[in-house]
Design a binder for this molecule. Structure first.
Ligand code: ADP
Ligand code: UDP
Length: 250
């Protein structure tokens, strides 16, 4: 029996055999508006597990350190256990969502340069937006760590934008989490959590159709179809394979 150490909104975290590892189990549960809206997107966990595997592996290929070790099965992956930095890093290429609401920017405006924002990862406080000054002053991360997080986020954005573009998908914005890997006294900042349609906004290039969690947030319907579409375009699962998976799902 695996030991559960945390159950979040979208994933369950178990202890790995090696104490430096964890197992991420991807659920079909979906939440929005800080847990006020709840639902299930059938097959989402499987799709996010596969998409995150693919994207983390491609990031490893270009030397972006990340927690992914290997996929264990349809819903689980082995990851490095990190000391999570309690900051959500949002990278934006196109104006939408909270940016439009907060600043009155025109919906869909292509930004003249990507914007990196920081939010405190604290559900009780509703994940408030914070500045670099807050991060340094309250010692949530050091100056050097923050520089590294910004540089990695910019590289990840450049890479993922091109990767999705090649599948005729616009990477509108996304959220990243980082953690510290301690080896003796050395610390490496690594990308953690997941990269999937749960935390990226993905629009079809031709039609601007939303292929991400906004379909759930805004009750647009065909939510699972949108997740599947991203998986098919990225080539991580074929329609046939996915149907087989769902039949034998645990
Ligand atoms: P939430 O906690 O926001 O409800 P999830 O359901 O996705 O989110 O739970 C996954 C949890 O695991 C998150 O709190 C995330 O910060 C944490 N996590 C992700 N990657 C790692 C890692 N490599 N080491 C430790 N914790 C991690
Ligand atoms: N995001 C996320 N988790 C959060 C908040 C945002 O994954 O708790 C992602 C969201 O999917 C989008 C990006 O971060 O891709 C920017 O979200 P925004 O600030 O516009 O928030 P929202 O409109 O969802 O409140």
């Amino acid at each position: 029996m695996k030991k559960k150490i945390y159950e979040g909104k979208a994933k369950v975290i178990y202890k790995g055999k090696d104490p430096n590892t964890l197992i991420q189990y991807f659920k079909d549960d979906a939440t929005a508006f800080n847990n006020k809206k709840k639902g299930v997107i059938p097959g989402k966990g499987v799709i996010n597990n596969f998409i995150s595997e693919l994207l983390m592996t491609r990031l490893t290929d270009i030397n972006i350190p990340n927690h992914f070790i290997k996929r264990l099965n349809m819903r689980e992956q082995l990851i490095r256990k990190l000391e999570i930095i309690a900051i959500e890093v949002v990278v934006r290429n196109i104006a939408t969502g909270s940016l439009v609401k907060r600043l009155g920017i025109e919906e869909g405006k292509i930004l003249s340069r990507p914007i990196i924002e920081f939010y405190l990862k604290d559900d009780k406080l509703n994940d408030p937006i914070i500045s670099e000054e807050h991060i340094i002053a309250f010692e949530w991360a050091t100056h050097n760590e923050l520089e590294e997080i910004i540089s990695l986020s910019a590289r990840i954005n450049d890479f993922l934008t091109g990767y999705f573009y090649s599948q005729k998908i616009r990477l509108v914005d996304f959220k990243l989490e980082f953690g510290r890997l301690w080896e003796n006294h050395d610390c490496t900042i690594m990308l953690a959590d997941e990269i999937s349609p749960d935390n990226c906004r993905l629009w079809d290039m031709q039609t601007n159709e939303k292929l991400d969690k906004d379909r759930f947030r805004q009750d647009l319907g065909k939510v699972d179809k949108a997740y599947k579409e991203v998986a098919y375009r990225l080539g991580v699962l074929s329609e046939k394979e996915f149907k087989k998976v769902l039949k034998n799902d645990f």
